[in-house]
Design a protein around this ligand. Structure first.
Ligand SMILES: C[S@@+](CC[C@H](N)C(=O)[O-])C[C@H]1O[C@@H](n2cnc3c(N)ncnc32)[C@H](O)[C@@H]1O
Length: 340
């Protein structure tokens, strides 16, 4: 029995989609894969996940083979590796919003599409930033809301929501604020329960967005409102261009089944009507290299090594514009639709 390590541990984030499916395992496993029968049984894409630092243990006794499960890399498996055990990666990424040039924050902008009445469900609520200042400046803004249900599939996010003091403040004035762990694909709520369903920057993490959208439709009342936020493929282009140089490129391009570009047809395909969209204006102006390092660290399993950090520092330094900072394009879009 010989353990074989598949590597690189953090490589795929920087690889274009065409390179994500190739076999990435070294020596004995690779040799084994070359055997026709093995390749037939485990096609190359079976070995596409590299971020999880997979250890495949192969027992070769008269070519009888036992392997541990090697998950295929999908939007969902990636989300699980990013979010299940910690909310700190998301928190680190959210700090890029501090450098937004638009006078409104993203969360303030997104809130303008959410009616402040009736029952509201947020799916994939993360750390609860949509319900904290500056998005909600005072809990009294929500006094006409009859219920607010914040959900996420990640136990770590649910723990963060439970300890969020802004959510606690909401609970003190709203009788019906609930936090629940559940998956977007299978919501534990009856049909026609909510007036509004919000999915803010989460649908690109599910493997079947149309099925999730249909689930959102199921729990919405007739005439209820869907609010979905997504990114375009060029979102944070300059940041991921540098990330690509150090194995920390964009994940959305290779894995997401839904982006701002194709969202309209999918939302309509799931049966929503009157779908409209609005792009969040402005861009990010980062004052120096630190926010870039923080963001790129957060997209991997661990922080970048020193050599890669030096590369990022050098390239950002070359692109920093005196007085203007490092300009990063954003492409964030809100879609609103109605259940017929
Ligand atoms: C990019 S974060 C956005 C969080 C939050 N909506 C925000 O804008 O700050 C995506 C969130 O979706 C959650 N998520 C990913 N896949 C999910 C699923 N299948 N069901 C429910 N939540 C999911 C993650 O745990 C994470 O909190």
């Amino acid at each position: 029995m010989q353990p074989v390590t598949c590597s690189p541990a953090r490589g795929w984030l920087g690889f274009p989609p065409s390179e994500q499916g190739g076999p990435i395992c070294s020596s004995p496993l690779r040799k084994y894969l070359k055997r026709e029968s093995a390749v037939k049984k485990f096609p190359p894409q079976h070995f596409s996940i590299t971020t999880l630092n997979i250890i495949a243990t192969i027992t070769t006794t008269k070519m009888t083979t036992t392997t541990t499960t090697i998950p295929t890399l999908t939007a969902h498996t990636h989300a699980k590796s990013q979010y299940t055990t910690t909310s700190s990666r998301l928190a680190a990424r959210l700090s890029i919003h501090n450098y937004n040039t638009h006078p409104q924050s993203w969360f303030q902008f997104a809130q303008t599409f959410i009616p402040k009445s009736g029952s509201i469900l947020e799916v994939g609520a993360g750390t609860g930033a949509l319900w904290s200042p500056p998005a909600i400046s005072s809990p009294s803004q929500l006094s006409s809301v009859t219920s607010l249900t914040l959900t996420d599939f990640s136990p770590a996010m649910v723990a963060t929501l439970n300890s969020n003091s802004d959510i606690a403040a909401l609970k003190s004035i709203l009788p019906n604020v609930k936090i629940q762990q559940c998956d977007a694909a299978s919501l534990p709520f009856p049909d026609s329960e909510f007036d509004t369903v919000v999915a803010n920057h989460m649908l690109y993490h599910v493997d079947n967005p149309i099925a999730a959208l249909q689930e959102f439709k199921r729990v919405l009342k007739d005439g209820g409102r869907l609010v979905v936020a997504l990114n375009g493929l060029d979102h944070l282009r300059e940041l991921f261009e540098i990330g690509g140089m150090v194995g920390r490129g964009s994940t959305i391009a290779g894995l997401a089944k839904i982006t701002a570009e194709n969202a309209l047809e999918q939302i309509e395909g799931a049966g929503f009507e009157g779908v409209e969209s609005e792009r969040f204006p402005g861009e990010f102006r980062l004052p120096g290299v630190e926010p870039v390092l923080e963001y790129l660290d957060s997209v991997g399993e661990t922080d970048m090594e020193e050599g890669k950090r030096e590369t990022v520092k050098r390239v950002v330094g070359e692109r920093l514009d005196e007085g203007e900072g490092f300009r990063v394009e954003k492409n964030m879009v809100v879609f609103v639709g109605r259940k017929p």
